[in-house]
Each structure stands twice: as C-alpha cells, then as structure tokens.
Design a protein around this ligand. Sequence first.
Ligand code: ADP
Ligand code: MG
Length: 245
Amino acid sequence: MSAQLPPPRLEVRALGRVFDGLAVVDDVSFAIPAGQVTCLLGPSGCGKSTTLRLIAGVDTQDAGEIYVDGAAISDGSVHVPPEQRAIGLMFQDFALFPHLTVAENIAFGLKGDAAAKRARVTELLEKVRLLRHRDSYPHGLSGGEQQRVALARALAPRPRILLMDEPFSGLDERLRDDIRDETLALLKEENTAVLLVTHEPHEAMRMADEILLMRGGKIVQRGAPYNLYNAPVDRAAAAFFSDVN
Ligand code: ADP
Ligand code: MG
C-alpha cells in the first residue's frame, strides 16, 4: 500500500486576472510543497506582484482557484479573507513598526499566552542573530538587521505559506548574497512553503528549488534552476539568463 502524500501547501489552478481588457495573469498553475522555495521570475510588468496579491487575497482573480493544504481559499464561491489565509507576507518596503521594539515587532502577529509568545520571539531572535537587539528600536538597526527582523516577524506565526515580493531589493548590493543565503537557511529550518518574486535571475538561481519563468502574464518555462539555465525555452529566456554570474 502506498503512503498518502499530503496535498501541496499552496496550489493555484488556471489563475487569471484582467486589467483594462489585458490578461495580466493568464492561466497560471503551480503547486508548492512544504519546505520548498519557488521563485516567480520575470521582467518588470510581467504580472508577478499581481499573482502574489491574488494569493494573499488583497485582490481577487477573474478565473481559477487557489488552495491551501488542499482546501479552496478562493474559487469563485469561496473567498477566505486575507487575515484568515495563514499566509505570511514580506515585501520590499518591509516597514517595521517604528514605535515598537524588535521583540514587539516580531510578537505583533502572535496569539496565545505571554510565555509561549516570548519563547517564540526568543527562538526567532536567536535564529536571526539579534538577541542583543531585543529591546532596540528599528531606527537603531542597519538595513540588513531590519530585514532580518522583518523576516522573523513574517515567520513568527508559523504561516503555512510565505509570500515574498522582491524582499532584498532595498538592500545594499554587497549585502544581498549573504542575506539571501541566511534567509534561505532559515526558510528551510522553518519548513515553510515559499513563493518568492524576483526580476533577478541570479537571485532565483541562488535560492530556488523551482523557478517559474513568467512573461506577459504566462508561465513560459518551469523547472530546477540548472535546467532553465542550461536549456532555456527560447532566445528571450536565454538572453534573460545570460547575465547570471
Ligand atoms: P510585476 O510585479 O511583474 O512587475 P505587476 O503584477 O505589478 O508586474 O503588473 C503587471 C501589469 O499589470 C502591469 O502592466 C501593471 O501596470 C498592471 N497592473 C497591476 N495592477 C493594476 C491595477 N490595479 N490596475 C490596472 N493595471 C494594473
Ligand atoms: Mg512587482
């Protein structure tokens, strides 16, 4: 008897969104299991952020369905509101609350008793190496440190899925690869299913288990980074990957 596989953490089927008569997201389907980082990669304007907003529930698709752990959260009849989707968000302008300490920022979305919250905050502070900044305010931290607080805050409630939209683009270029590697290690430890949006092939090559290459609202190629790099689907894909270092 074969073991029953769990459903993917996130699955989208035939997702579509039209703005002003233009299909900005066009028949997009994919699935992400726990512990996997999937990068939605493509040039500016191809529909990446719109796809993320549909999954987050802050916008609603015109076609298709979205499932979390096999249950529909948006399918034309069901529409679970964003705050009930167990989805964590991290965007480029990851604004921390300036009037709250680092620990208070990380605890912000947590429910339950004070001791459990405190334990979870301490665990994450250790993982992002900011224990000594527990009672600091965000303005006293470097950009990289603030980014780590934002990551800890997003992961604190143990979201089933984490959506990240160009999370490193506000950072100094020299810091980015180190922060990418640290972020990836923490994402793996937490066993989250991650959809990371980026327009940088290098970032997708470095972080993704699977890349979804998007163009004009459609996924034109998908697979392991190595496969996309070595066997691009067409000239445009080859050109896009040609500057990966
Ligand atoms: P990306 O994140 O890949 O850069 P977006 O998903 O932000 O792309 O945008 C895709 C396209 O949809 C763009 O042409 C953008 O102008 C358009 N668009 C996004 N949101 C809206 C909106 N609310 N109304 C009209 N057009 C939109
Ligand atoms: Mg975008």
